[in-house]
Write a protein that binds this ligand. Structure first.
Ligand SMILES: O=C(CO)[C@@H](O)[C@H](O)COP(=O)(O)O
Length: 248
């Protein structure tokens, strides 16, 4: 199985090379954070082509299917079009490529997608119960409950449709696909990896809390306020206090 980027201009091929490096590196984060066993999870990132390629459509970079994380290199990453068809790379793409591609086709704001089977998040998915927003970290990151998506078979558009139906219009960057596991999205692959780390962390904490009794929900106006602060002020971004001082 081999494809080619020959019809794409130099700047797109350079962008693909950088994305291959990034996506290979981010795959190593999945075992590092304890989110996967064996080969059971994948990361992709969109490559914006802006009509520069033969099809005029964006591409995505994802791992090859069934290859262990310590074997993954930038060169082994595969490039697909947004129908999930292989464009460049010598191996079969991840079995979740169609799901990732569907998300990119239907959510133009999404630049990264991650899937894992991390234990606690997947345990909630197996029970088809949304993780209730009972932690400030959840309000910050997810802006509310972490929703459940429908049951869907692997390999075609079904998972992608379920992700898009559930996350379109939601503040959550994570969906727990019923009986399967978490899929996360972000403006880029790093943000989607972060959401995958966070969803496992809060799924674990809320599960532990449940062993002690019923956790208390955070009131909606507090959820809104926490979400607004974290998304706009937290860290070193635009709204961070140090930067406000600089502009004063
Ligand atoms: O959910 C599944 C299969 O149940 C997949 O996510 C695999 O666990 C990883 O597949 P590849 O990315 O290696 O094809």
């Amino acid at each position: 199985m081999a494809g080619t980027l020959d019809g794409y201009p130099q700047h797109v091929r350079e962008q693909v090379a950088r994305t291959r490096e990034l996506v290979a590196r981010l795959h190593a984060e999945l075992p590092r954070w304890g989110l996967v066993v064996w080969t059971a999870g994948n990361v992709s990132q969109r490559v914006v082509v802006d009509a520069a390629g033969p099809s005029g459509r964006d591409l995505l970079v994802i791992k090859p299917s069934g290859v262990t994380y310590d074997e993954l290199t930038p060169e082994s990453m595969v490039v697909c079009d947004l129908d999930g068809v292989l464009v460049d790379g010598g191996r079969a793409p991840s079995s979740d490529t169609a799901a990732h591609a569907y998300v990119y086709r239907n959510m133009p704001e999404v630049g990264g997608v991650v899937h894992t089977h991390s234990t606690y998040a997947t345990a909630w998915a197996a029970r088809a119960e949304p993780v209730p927003c009972v932690l400030t970290m959840m309000a910050d990151e997810f802006g509310g409950d972490i929703p459940i998506g429908p049951f869907a078979l692997i390999g075609d558009d079904s998972i992608g449709r379920g992700i898009v139906e559930t996350l379109r219009g939601s503040r959550s960057p994570a969906v727990l696909m019923r009986n399967h596991g978490p899929f996360t999205i972000g403006p880029d692959a790093k943000a989607a990896v972060k959401a995958a780390v966070m969803v496992e962390e809060v799924a674990r904490t809320v599960h532990v809390s449940r062993q002690l009794g019923e956790p208390l929900r955070i009131e909606q106006d507090h959820v809104d306020s926490l979400y607004a602060r974290y998304q706009n002020v937290y860290g070193q971004g635009e709204g961070a206090p140090a930067q406000e001082k600089e502009h004063a």
